[in-house]
Design a protein. Structure first.
Length: 394
């Protein structure tokens, strides 16, 4: 982590910046040990040898988020899909199942990904710049995005991935022993391993760690509110502002995601939003303008919005990657709508990676990829004009 000046979030020297970049690269290499390929996972030279990943279903337990129906059928109450399952049937998310009239989660304590990340990778740009977090995720997802970036983990059965046998206690212990700032539930979809996340988050909170979530936001109000008191930050993928896009490309509905955003805002949880801009599918500037105006009206001007670059993946591999000019136009459109903090993601070195004070327009956080170069905040305020900058900075 870059060396700080004594006065809180002070600026860093160029030497410290370069040293941090080298350290970050090494840390990401180590992170790859956890989020690696199947072949790598069986090597004996990795650290924590007792935590080598194994293929197969490692964790399952009854879930309280099922209602019992007639004929031993059960209904899942976690997400808007509201799947009804007969005995022996498994939900489309692949990790929730009816066993003898009892609803089970198959995603408890068996993360397919455990890795150390910079908080900016989740992404959170208004939480503890430069902090390191422990990220976890399991197999499964309650949506079917055609542009899924982790389809080989999220859109497969838990029996078909290599996973670790790690209880919530082990996750929190690992985060503390590595002197990390938070546990993040990210990269896959945290909603489908809700019970595991809930228990881990409770222990993390007791241990003084932050709980950070990156999610598609496809969750029912009741479980969201039950979890809310343990969350310190949530980044929601608002994949488009078009209901047809959600049905045809995502496999869900737009309305529940908007409701999730509103509930998080009402609960006072730090909120950020990510939109992957996909050429020809959700890059219409009128739609981006409408989305930005909705964010302004319903959530406020200070909610950070990240426009991320699309790279050809999964079922949309024939599309080109997003032109930088398209991301520039999206950012300009959102700022013109009145949003204060609009970012460009996955374009290293782009000015849109940086944070600018909406009061004096000075650059107050400089980023290069996931590395923090300069932080000009004093107790959460702009060093130049004193304006309060929303976020969790300590």
């Amino acid at each position: 982590m870059p060396e700080r000046k004594a006065d809180g979030c002070g600026g860093t020297s160029r030497r410290a910046f370069l040293k941090a970049g080298a350290a970050g690269a090494c840390a990401l290499c180590l992170a790859g040990i956890w989020g690696c390929t199947a072949a790598d996972k069986e090597k004996d030279d990795q650290p924590y040898a007792d935590q080598r990943a194994k293929k197969g279903l490692l964790g399952s337990r009854p879930s309280p988020w099922f209602s019992r129906l007639n004929d031993d059928r059960v209904r899942c109450r976690l997400c808007p899909q509201e799947c009804e399952l007969a005995v022996g049937e498994r939900a489309p998310c692949r990790v929730r199942e009816n066993r003898g009239g009892v609803g089970y989660t198959l995603a408890y304590g068996n993360p397919a990904l455990v890795q150390e990340d910079p908080v900016e990778r989740i992404p959170f740009y208004h939480i503890s710049p430069g902090a390191r977090v422990l990220s976890i995720s399991t197999a499964g997802c309650n949506l079917q995005c055609k542009f899924c970036q982790v389809w080989d983990m999220a859109l497969v059965d838990p029996e078909d991935v290599y996973a670790y046998n790690m209880s919530p206690e082990k996750i929190v212990s690992q985060a503390r022993s590595a002197h990390l700032r938070a546990v993040s539930y990210a990269f896959g979809e945290p909603v489908i391993f809700y019970e595991y996340m809930e228990d881990t988050a409770a222990l993390a909170k007791e241990a003084g760690l932050l709980n950070l979530v990156h999610t598609a936001g496809y969750i029912q109000p009741e479980p969201l509110q039950a979890l809310g008191g343990m969350l310190d930050g949530v980044n929601v993928d608002l994949k488009s502002f078009d209901a047809a896009f959600y049905r045809e490309v995502v496999g869900g509905e737009l309305k529940p995601v908007l409701e999730t955003l509103q509930l998080l805002r009402e609960a006072g949880i730090h909120l950020e939003i990510t939109t992957i801009v996909i050429p020809t599918l959700n890059d219409d500037l009128k739609q981006i303008s409408d989305m930005s105006k909705w964010i302004l009206q319903e959530l406020g001007a200070d909610v950070p919005l990240h426009f991320a670059r699309f790279y050809p993946l999964y079922r949309l591999s024939a599309l080109p990657r997003t032109p930088v000019s398209t991301l520039d136009n999206a950012r300009d459109t959102a700022r013109e709508a009145g949003l204060h903090y609009v970012y460009v993601a996955k374009v290293t070195g782009h000015p849109g990676e940086n944070t600018y004070c909406p009061g004096c327009q000075e650059q107050i956080i400089r980023r290069v990829g996931f590395v923090i170069d300069q932080v000009d905040l004093e107790e959460g305020r702009c060093r130049y004009c004193g304006l309060d900058i929303p976020g969790r900075w300590t």
